[in-house]
Design a protein around this ligand. Structure first.
Ligand code: FES
Length: 75
């Protein structure tokens, strides 16, 4: 997933942007801290649709938008 890729590449994303890749539950869909807003509609439309579980978590995310996703679920 995007979250794993970020970790593998040792990107220090934590704390830089609170909406981006904080990933408190490490991708187990138990938090919404990895909430990302996809800015590119074209890219958004290429992504797999979010699962019901992801949507449930997204409902709890701060500042939800039309193109919000959970970073750990974007593969
Ligand atoms: Fe917790 Fe993505 S890291 S839902």
């Amino acid at each position: 997933s995007m979250l794993e890729a970020a970790h593998e590449n040792d990107l220090e994303l934590e704390g830089k942007n609170h909406d981006f890749f904080v990933g408190a539950c490490e991708g187990s869909l138990a938090c919404s801290t990895c909430h990302v807003i996809v800015m590119d509609m074209e890219y958004y439309n290429k992504l797999e649709d979010p699962t019901d579980e992801e949507n449930d978590m997204l409902d709890l995310a701060f500042g939800l938008t039309e193109t919000s996703r959970l970073g750990c679920q974007i593969v």
